[in-house]
Every structure is written in C-alpha cells, then in structure tokens.
Write a protein that binds this ligand. Sequence first.
Ligand code: GLU
Length: 469
Amino acid sequence: MTVRVRFAPSPTGMFHVGGARSALQNWIYAKQQGGVFVLRIEDTDAARNKPEWTEGILSALDWIGISRGSYEGPYFQSENAGEHRAAAARLYESGRAYYCDCTREDVQARTGSQYQGYDGYHRDRNLGPGVGHALRFRTPDEGATVVVDLIRGEPTFENKLIEDFVIARGDGSPVFLLANVVDDMTMGITHVIRAEEHLPNTPKQQLLWDALGVKPPVWAHVPVVVNEKRQKLSKRRDKVALEAYREEGYLAGAMRNYLMLLGWAPSGDREIVPWSVIEDEFRLDEVNPSPAFFDEKKLRAFNGEYIRALSVADFIDACQPWLTGTGTIAPPPWQPEEFDADAFAAVAPLAQTRLAVLSEIVPNVDFLFLASPLIDEAAWAKTMKDGSAELLDAAIVAFEALESWDADSLKSTLEAVGAERGLKLGKTQAPVRVAVTGRTVGLPLFESLEVLGRERALTRMRAARLRLV
Ligand code: GLU
C-alpha cells in the first residue's frame, strides 16, 4: 500500500505557524514511507476564502521547503462538490442519513437546554428532501468508535454520546465534515496527520467512512500550539502568520527546524540540527501529545545561530530584501542611490554576529547610507550629558590629527582622550557613537567610523557638538 498523506488548509487567512508544522510533519512522513504528499485547498467556505490566501499558502510552503511541483496538487475542495453531494445522497438512500427541518430553537424547546445536542426528533419521521431540510447522519445507538491515532493511542468515543450531526445544510450543500471525508476518500488518503483541534470531529468522520463502506485512514492528531500563557495561539492575539516571521527576517531553515521541535526532539539533546537529520530521525509516533509551547525567544536564538552559520556572502544575499525593500518588506530609510555595497560588505561580518533576525540589519547600518544619522532622541538625552561637549571637542581635535583613519588608530586615540579625563573607553565612546550613528547600541564603533570615513564622521561629530551649545 502506498502511503498517501495530505495537507488540507483552508484559505481563510494568513498561513498559521501551526499549519506549517503539520505540513512539514506530513511531508516528512510521506518521504520516510516512500509515499505521496497531496496538497488540498479546502475552499468551500466561499464567504471567507480569498485567492490571495491560497497564493500565500503556496508560497509559504515553498519557502519552508515544500516546493511547488514536488507534491500532488494543489487540488481544490470546491472542484469535488459533485462527489460530496453524491456521497450525501448515498447516505440518505441507504438509510444512514435522514432529513430534518428543526431549528435550534425547536430542539432547545424540546430538550429544555441549549447545551444538549440534537434529540433525534426526525429519525423516524420520514421527512424527505425539501428546501430548508438539513440532512443528518444517523449515528449508531450502541457501540463505540475507536480511533487509531499514531500519537494518541486509541481514543474511544461512545456512539450514544455522538448526536445525529448535520452532513448537508438546508440548501443541500454538504458541510466540512463530509466534504473533508469524501475528498480524503477520493484522493486515496491513507494517513490523516492534522491538528489536535480536529480530534472531536474524528469519531464523526470515521463513522462516515464506515457508512460509505471504505476503510478509514490511520489518524495522527498533532499537539495544539500554545503561547507562554498556555493559550492556543490565536491570530487575534499572537503572532501566528508564517509570513510575519519571514518578513521579520527569520531564515526558512531556522523556522522549519524550530517548527519540528514542537512536540518532538532529535536524539542526543540536540536542537539545532541539519534538516537531513530531522528527515531521518523524526518519528510521528514519538510526538508528544501535550500542547506544544511556541517560544518566540527560543526561535530568535535559533535564528541567530542560523544567521551566524551562513557564509558572509550568503549573509549579504540574505539581507538584500531588507536593504532594498522587496515584496511586502518596507523599504529602508535611505534612497537606493545612497546605498553603498562596498561599505555594506565591509561591516557585514560585524553585523552577522549580532543579529537575531535579518530585519535588524537596517537600524544597524542606516548611519552608513543616510546623509545624516537618524537621531534617537531618548538615546541622545541619556548620553549627551555634562562633559559631552568638551569630550566631543577633544575627540574632534584628536581625530582631525590622525594620520591613518583606521579602527585601531581611532580606538587608541579615543582611549587616550578618555584617559586624560579619567574615563573608561565605554563612557568616552558613548557621545561619539550617538553623534555618528544616532544610537547608543550598534556595530563596533571604531570599525563603523573607519567605514564611514573621516569627512563624514567628523562632520557628524561637529554637528552634534553644535547642538550642545
Ligand atoms: N481545512 C481544515 C483546516 O484548515 C483541515 C482539515 C483536516 O486537516 O482534516 O483546519
């Protein structure tokens, strides 16, 4: 039997990191089993779908390594609507489903509770099809539905606790539960690896497989992803869009490595490992069923490691979208013609060791390309205190006298200026740094001064000095 798995996102919003995690797990499982990965876009919720979300899913998958053309599909659920309706009709004709025209209020009035499920009122009333008649599945009164789940063992659901659920609405359109099963069936899916959130649907769906006479798939419900407060990641509260991480400058390699650690770890206490190790070692049945904490701080640290592992040339390449502003990434504060690739290349190795995400490159290097630095006023106020004016005067005079404008000479010169005033280098540097870069933190100062060049550096120091009059 060829293993066939599918990833079945709904194009109703930005692509969720939890979805990316499930996609990768499906992808690896298929690869390990010599199977096929199918991409199905579940686009039947016409009111909430947008084509751009579908495009977003395809490009996000591509970014994390599930590239277009390397999988089967994308199929679109809407294209299979005929099959969904045919399955609903078969269930009705075989007596496994029946029509019902009860409103929610009707059911509540009869059961006396808004929490009780449907009471089976129309089970044996032979209502027949008609406008406003929903089709309900006749769940067995007895027995239990045992779900075989690679991660959760065999969760068992008593059939009598499962209400006669709706499979097609009053307008005849099949609901998600049925469409999803019929698609899996027609696509020959053998393993359904999906988020834990769908576990409550699973006994109902398995009953549909049984009723339609097809052996159900093996299930694997991967753990819900939660924030630091143990709340399920939500798009209203948390940063969940893969695209947002991409824009911030997370590397695809770091991202997919981190996503695979949600509920699983490679052998030997390692976390940062080559993708090939993950592809070899990952075991679906080793995934921890408990909620998985999405720790952005840890992801940042991971990303920093991945950035540092790049060659300088690759790092320079990787920074380009932030240096130029491409796609949805905002343009930097300098004009394209102000950018100086040589100056950037000179400071790139210094920046590479400091960044956690690539977007941080912009505030680290903007002083090099702007005519005058963007002054952080809070940093200015904190740094330019008593003595700064006199210190800047002395530094300007000493720098003007330098024969060679290089980092070592700049450093020893400023050190001497500080020493004459009983100041450590850190204190001496601070006003110079704010004067030339506008900030209190950034790349090493003396290398920055060297790359900026004598004239521009001194001009900025003089301008700062004038502001202190
Ligand atoms: N379209 C469903 C979702 O995005 C997935 C259903 C499934 O994987 O079975 O949640």
